[in-house]
Design a protein around this ligand. Structure first.
Ligand code: FES
Length: 135
């Protein structure tokens, strides 16, 4: 049973590729084909946002092309001792009827600046009451 807020998303599987990206719910994800298994993670490196799908995959790990941090695609842990605090977020992959699906966070609504601008500041009401102006 899936957690609430998790969506099952069909994974694109371009033939002949071992790493690729796709977008879902306003976010980008990277997919790696490793030893016949698909690993799904955020497309941006947890260190500084490098394009992980453009990295080198070797021994079950991907090396980010920007600063060469290496992340294990099984555990998400960074293999560079000095950078152990960075960790890849991995998303489970399930197969149904021969197709691969990733369990991804449900799409979040887009934030629009106009919503924030229209909302009166939280303290505006307090200031008005202090001046004796009715709400
Ligand atoms: S951005 Fe990936 S290692 Fe720095």
């Amino acid at each position: 049973m899936r957690e609430p807020g998790v969506t099952l998303v069909a994974l694109p599987e371009p033939s002949g590729r071992t790493a690729w990206t796709f977008r879902h719910g306003g976010r980008s994800y990277a997919v790696f084909a490793v030893d016949g298994q698909l690993r799904v993670t955020d497309a941006a490196c947890p260190h500084n946002g490098g394009p992980l799908a453009a990295g080198i995959v070797r021994d079950g790990a991907v090396t980010c092309p920007w600063h060469r941090f290496t992340f294990d695609l099984e555990s998400g842990r960074c293999r560079n001792a000095a950078s152990a605090r960075f960790e890849l977020r991995l998303y489970p992959v399930v197969r149904r009827d021969g197709k691969a699906f990733a369990e991804l966070p449900a799409a979040m609504g887009l934030r629009r600046w106009s919503r924030f601008l229209r909302r009166p500041p939280a303290l505006a009401g307090v200031a008005r009451r202090r001046r004796g102006v009715p709400p």
